[in-house]
Design a protein around this ligand. Structure first.
Ligand code: ADP
Ligand code: MG
Length: 384
């Protein structure tokens, strides 16, 4: 059940002495859900499941791209990179190469071999791990200095515009700036961030419900539209409000009559969730893991009742966790309607916790959940 990080041994030998290897981590968000697109706060941590990439220079201007995780290797000429996506997974890599060239980095031809431990499409951000590891590899192997903030922004742009997938700044940002043993509080408006040490007596356990409901995409778009509508209405009385980030709980209560019952609930979630992230920062700084866990529990309830993005399986996984020994706090993480929960657990009970939650969830649903006991890992960089 516990996934031990492999050191990418296959990648080290892939291209012999001329090859170099880089890695970038997946991530989990501890608290601050659906706040990113409202210019708010998030608190992710990089995890010890990573995407690795081996790179070797070539004498021509070809990029040869292969992945151990997905079929179909691809050859593209750097002077004739396709301007639009093809729908193949290599879009992520080609999009990065293309954006780097457009930003003025002249890239040499290279062979790239990718191998990821981050489960694909499970909400642990395999896509940002892929993009950031590839971008870092292409730049570093060509001898360019790397600005991690610019790298994260470039990766987000590629995923939004070239791949055509929605992705906030959180995923590439934590893949770039993650630090071992630390969570990262990110202000999604200014991109200021603070690293917060997570005490060693706590472990992160991620439980995958193994379901993904169809509604996820349409409801996500609807929630974004609802937040925009709430901002528009609130700004009629509060002209300084540009996003829900600018609304205090007090303002929201004073202006409640401007909103429908549904819009009020959505705004409540975002406004209170931002406060919870800042509360979680204080709790971590004080070493108050119980307080941190309580905020996680409140976050889950708010996502369930006010934001209405949870589902039966996520609620069940959280309920099971809440009655299992050693838990500080449990909540759904990610967009909702399936995917994973994140649990803050006493380190010495983590293995038992993972086992018991897995068994109870299987007993209730007939599905075996994937459960990961994680270390908090470093952001993107070379594999020594
Ligand atoms: P998540 O980021 O939550 O894992 P996404 O849907 O955003 O889910 O990204 C998953 C997609 O990213 C995959 O379907 C694939 O196209 C691409 N991808 C991620 N990792 C790899 C990899 N190691 N090899 C090839 N493609 C990958
Ligand atoms: Mg992704």
């Amino acid at each position: 059940m516990e996934l031990v990080s492999t050191p990418f041994a296959g990648l080290q030998t892939r291209f012999g002495a001329s090859g170099r290897v880089y890695r970038a981590p997946g991530r989990v968000n501890l608290i601050g859900e659906h706040t990113d697109y409202n210019d708010g706060y998030v608190l992710p941590a990089a995890i010890n499941l990573a995407c690795g990439v081996a790179i070797a220079a070539r004498n021509d201007r070809i990029l040869h791209i292969q992945s151990a995780n997905m079929p179909g290797d691809v050859h593209v000429h750097l002077d004739r990179l396709p301007a639009v996506r093809t729908g193949h997974w290599s879009d992520y890599v080609i999009g990065i190469a293309s954006a780097l060239e457009q930003a003025g980095f002249k890239l040499p031809g290279a062979s790239l071999y990718i191998q990821s431990e981050v489960p694909l499409g499970s909400g642990l951000s395999s896509s940002a791990a892929l993009e950031t590891s590839v971008a870092y590899a292409l730049l570093d192997a060509a001898g360019y200095p790397i600005d991690l903030r610019k790298l994260a922004l470039l990766c987000q742009r590629v995923e939004n515009e070239y791949v055509g997938a929605r992705c906030g700044i959180m995923d590439p940002f934590i893949a770039c700036h993650g630090k071992g043993g630390h969570a990262l509080l990110l202000d999604c408006r200014s991109l200021d961030f603070r690293l917060l040490r997570v005490p060693p007596q706590a472990r992160l356990v991620i439980c995958n419900t193994m379901v993904k409901h169809e509604l996820a995409s349409s409801q996500y778009n609807l929630r974004r539209a609802e937040c925009e509508e709430a901002v528009r209405l609130l700004a009629t009385k509060l002209p300084c409000v540009r996003s829900l980030r600018d609304v205090s709980k007090r303002d929201l209560e004073d202006q409640r009559s401007l909103l429908t019952a549904t819009l009020y609930k959505r705004a409540c979630h975002v406004v209170e969730e931002n406060d919870r992230v800042l509360g979680a920062e204080s709790a971590l700084k004080a070493g108050n893991l119980t307080g941190f866990g309580e905020l996680m529990a409140q976050s889950h309830l708010s996502l369930k009742d006010n934001y209405e993005v949870s589902c039966r399986e996520l609620d069940l996984m959280v309920e099971i966790a809440n009655r299992t020994r050693g838990v500080y706090g449990a909540r759904m993480t990610g967009g909702g309607f399936g995917g994973c929960t994140v649990n803050l657990v006493r380190a010495e009970t983590a293995a038992d916790f993972a086992h018991q939650v897995g068994e109870a969830y299987y007993g209730a649903t007939g599905r075996h959940p994937d459960v990961y006991i994680c270390e908090i890992a470093e952001g993107v960089g070379p594999v020594s």
